[in-house]
Design a protein around this ligand. Structure first.
Ligand code: SF4
Length: 232
């Protein structure tokens, strides 16, 4: 039987989750210690120069809603588009300013530091499988290596162990959200006789890039929330 796009992506997200869970903890600790990253407050990671967007987990969204009524937008790179041109995405991101800086960045400091999203607490650490320049898929544990901050500082075993636990916890939560999104989308598409159509996706994105308005359903806490989206 031919698998739908949603089924394929769902299976891939489940495999990725298994991979994160099985990733050797000691190896992650050893990489963290070897890189020895230390923040030097350059604030570049809070701009699109370094980070395309700040993706939010469901709990992050709840916190951000308490902090500000106007700081969320559908995360970019919508996962699906049905035959009617409606997009579906697995979560929200923080808004950015015209210069690409995070809406909460002020004077090179985070104005909501104590309440900042999970990804901001962990960056530049990550645990993703990605293709390298030759297309070989492998694990990537650090973002923007040697491009910001300080490296080769001493990190204790205890601290590295704590960071490793937090990375796995974040990536697990992210993948669970993605899996829940695909399951919800599968249910919604089956019920309403919808299918993902890449040609419609590409056409609508072209319209959007030229200033057109699109409809995006954002997955949040078990539901899809409808948004009309236009480039500012
Ligand atoms: S929320 Fe704070 S730490 Fe996160 S990107 Fe924005 S300014 Fe930086």
């Amino acid at each position: 039987m031919v698998r739908s796009v949603i089924e394929k992506r769902l299976v891939s997200a489940i495999e990725e989750l298994d991979g994160v869970r099985d990733y050797p903890h000691e190896e992650l600790i050893s990489i963290i210690k070897e890189v020895g990253f230390e923040c030097n407050l350059c604030a570049r990671c809070c701009t699109q120069e370094f980070n395309d967007h700040v993706f939010l987990l469901t709990n992050d969204v709840k916190t951000m809603k308490e902090v500000s009524s106007d700081c969320l937008e559908p995360a970019p790179y919508y996962e699906l588009c049905d035959q009617h041109g409606y997009f579906y995405v697995s979560g929200y991101a923080l808004k950015t300013r015209d210069d690409g800086s995070c809406i909460f960045l002020g004077n090179k400091r985070c104005s909501i530091y104590q309440k900042r999203p999970m990804i901001c607490r962990l960056y530049p650490y990550m645990l993703h499988r990605e293709p390298d320049e030759d297309g070989n898929v492998g694990w990537r544990q650090i973002s923007g290596l040697d491009k910001h901050g300080c490296y080769h500082t001493d990190i204790s075993d205890e601290e590295a162990g704590e960071i490793a636990l937090q990375i796995k916890s974040y990536e697990t939560a992210y993948l669970k959200q993605l899996i829940a999104f695909f399951r919800k989308a599968q249910q919604h598409f089956n019920k309403n006789k919808l299918k993902h159509v890449q040609g419609v996706y590409d056409r609508e994105i072209r319209k959007f890039n030229k200033g057109g308005e699109i409809t995006v359903f954002v997955y949040f806490d078990g539901y899809f929330v409808e948004h009309r989206v236009k480039k500012e």
